[in-house]
Design a protein around this ligand. Sequence first.
Ligand code: ADP
Ligand code: ASP
Ligand code: MG
Length: 427
Amino acid sequence: MALIVQKYGGTSMGSIERIKNVAQRVKRWHDNGHQVVVVVSAMSGETNRLIDLARQISKEPNAREYDQMVSTGEQVSISLLAMALNEIGVSAKSMTGGQVAIRTDDSHTKARIQHIDDSQIRAALDAGMVVVVAGFQGVDDKGDINTLGRGGSDTTGVALAAALSADECQIYTDVDGVYTTDPRVTPKAKKLSKITFEEMLEMASLGSKVLQIRSVEFAGKYQVPLRVLSSFDENADGKFDDDFKKNVGTLITTDEGDSMEQPIISGIAFNRDEAKVSILAVPDRPGIASSILSPISAANIEIDMIIQNIAENGLTDFTFTVNRGDFDKTLAILGDNLAEIGDKEIVSNNKVVKVSLVGVGMRSHAGVASKMFETLAENNINIQMISTSEIKISVLIQEEQLEKAVKALHTAFGLDREDGESKVAGL
Ligand code: ADP
Ligand code: ASP
Ligand code: MG
């Protein structure tokens, strides 16, 4: 029999009815003789509600207090699910991150898991219990609660699966797998039966929120078999057989398969949280990029795409992007430092989005970029910035053109499903 770690997200835990549904699903796995550890998120909307409360008190809340509070959503979920399991005859025990002993560093709001003590979980599993663990949280060596960043329950799930050498980590969500692109943007998106870690890592880092990026990093590093699947699939019988392993959800795998048969592009990711800043006519001399960007990086703001235009008369335009949430802070820092680069004009735009094509097949195929640019041109979509790496190409475009761009690229790269219609559970 298998040891399975299952993670249920906010939508799957979104109401009492849904929590009862999760309990029934867990019971089926347990009844089939499997050992089950369940990681849960806060009920949908709860984490946002808590964050909003904090923001009403302070624009930049004390990080320790923020984590102490924002982690409570998961504490409610674990107890409700454990009660629901007990109610249907499954012996279950809930545990917070601290009770398990999920040890993190002390970078509040974006902590990393350093160590997990699996002894208590193993003891409970050996006693025939289901263990329900709070996602998104851990405790640092001072005993303070730290959270793992938005979507962090995925990472709790994978980290527990690694610590327990689980047979599989199953991420149950409101769609039935990883799609060629977000099925909410195009109903022609196709479910993938497999995707490589490398591609999933790019998809997640480029904005596909179906898995938190750290969970994919973790799974790749510790070779955790990882599957994304639906918590609303009515045929699930809790059997871990060949049929399940082959057909259910999407498996994240190290196997690149036969590259001849692989599509060039596996998926399209996008990120709506982009903002662009340009500084016009800065002197084209060594050190200029560093004098603009260093104070921004020093404030812990991540800079994404960068372009420096061709110099004219010894002057150049310097453009970069940051996360939209860091936009105001970035402009304020630039304002403070402008004198140093000679009081230049700043042009900014926080209504931009990044669209990216991802695929390991790109390594062996030329012409992906030109086809992408052609497709966007045919659709009158202006490209503001471009960045590429071995297995991805990203472009920055105006926000209102996102849907049109994703749909056109999805069709142009042959990703559309044949029957033309979305069959995504829950959408
Ligand atoms: P949970 O609350 O279960 O953690 P999330 O909202 O974090 O769920 O992630 C699931 C959502 O991810 C889906 O509802 C879907 O809109 C979105 N998504 C984005 N990109 C993709 C993709 N390529 N495949 C599937 N879902 C995607
Ligand atoms: N509840 C947290 C969030 O909303 C963690 C998670 O759901 O994974 O980000
Ligand atoms: Mg999520």
